[in-house]
Design a protein around this ligand. Sequence first.
Ligand code: WT7
Length: 571
Amino acid sequence: MKMQALPSEKGTFNLTNYEDTNQSFNWKDVEGTFSWAKTGLVNMAYEAIDRHVDNGKADQIALYYSDAKRDESYTFKQLKEQSNKAANVLKSVGVEKGDRVFIFMPRSPELYFAFLGTLKVGAIVGPLFEAFMEGAVRDRLEDSEAKVLVTTPALLERVPVADLPHLETVFIVDDEFTEQGSYLDFNKRLNEASPEFDIEWVDREDGLILHYTSGSTGKPKGVLHVHNAMIQHYQTAKWVLDLKEDDIYWCTADPGWVTGTSYGIFGPWLAGATNVIRGGRFSPHDWYETLERYQVTVWYSAPTAFRMLMSAGDQVVKKYNLSSLRHILSVGEPLNPEVIKWGKNVFNLRIHDTWWMTETGAQMICNYPSMEIRPGSMGKPIPGVEAAIIDDQGNVLPPNRMGNLALKVGWPSMMRAVWNNKPKYDSYFRLEGWYVSGDSAYMDEDGYFWFQGRIDDVIMSAGERVGPFEVESKLVEHPAVAEAGVIGKPDPVRGEIIKAFIALRDGYEVTAELEEEIRLFVKKGLAAHAAPREIEFRAKLPKTRSGKIMRRVLKAWELDLPTGDLSTMED
Ligand code: WT7
């Protein structure tokens, strides 16, 4: 596909000439760390892994991996070699610079080899969360025109290979697999590949990663980031994660989400820290054990996880020696003051909230180690980032007024395109000079930002962003469903849960079986985290005259709030 014009080409703003601010810090100061300062070219995988081998850290552990069955560790040198092998394997099937290589598998060392190998070839990596079902996988592979997929036999069942004409090769990661046609054995080929590889040096504005994320309307959108993002990944890993080279760091997010790549791969390794990856599902026992066993010093997780640990009770945490921990961070949803209080009690540490989005690529508004925390606030913009609360015309509002949380364009890790969707990309920049986040917030007199909610209808459930439109579309595919409207309902543990309002087709009756069937239908067709926990059947749903479901009214019903202006509602 032809890359869409970058906004810098439109002349509205230049993404690598960071504007002079009145701060003494400028992102340009960080550039000298990376190879393009000398050669004009760069590669994220080199900077994150190989650079440390060249700088005397070959034998430091880069990756501790464990799950119920495996327990492994890799030094920077071993990771360099494994990713070189993966790069050779990918190159052998014709992967070239700019191609999309998707990885759809549970966490495992091979996932990280394939991920880094993709970057070494100069291709764009597309990580997919393992819970995605067929419809979600299809949308993403179709839109990105992925050429190669790395997956497992179990997950392959959810890949509609026959409908994906651009998909040329599928690598299967499994010890018992026998190659057949374009289905190749990843591990066998990895073992046979050379550990030497000539990295494809790319321009800092070349594509790095595609993360699909949900909006309130339409299909999921592919947010494209470029190698230049490393400036911010690196600097925030130092300032916000506070990583030093001898830190043992654990980010609990899956690489299918941006936290699991920006801060599960790029940030920690650019900073030269030791990275812990734990596979398998969440369990309080397992998590505390992971912290204790690896003597984790810096830990990045999410409010939902903290709330689940909190509800497991303090007797559980007391069984572990967690004295190695020195810094804890949170992202994804509002961090409740109660959770900060709990963290202070059980770890004797503050939990530091950080605010950012898939689209921003890296942390933007944060509580960093040296600052005073106001529980409930997301913190302040990091140096080099300018945030403001603006109205719908782009006027900056004074302190304590609620409005659109916006960022001055031009930070290093900003997305560079929405794949195949220029209008969507441009819509973020509709107010001259600003990136409009879609969140509402206010800023207090001292410059702390306070999150208020989403302006669109996007749902944040257990830290995962769910687009109501996607769920509604899946629901109406069910033969019994005539209409569906989906909202986020406040929930003490998950932040929000997904609640669906459904009108049935004539001839169907509300039964517990049907309700369960509909729930499973979404679970199997989309993803478990997108399935409605609550379903309410109604004879009719509130709609505009043009036939759009009015989620605002559904939400008002749910929360017992005034429904507001109903002038556009059909009779
Ligand atoms: C949306 C972005 C960036 C990684 C995780 C989510 C919400 C994010 C916070 C926070 C309150 C937050 C916002 C944002 N969000 N961090 N600290 N406090 N809300 O990435 O899936 O792109 O979602 O998550 O609503 O817009 P994402």
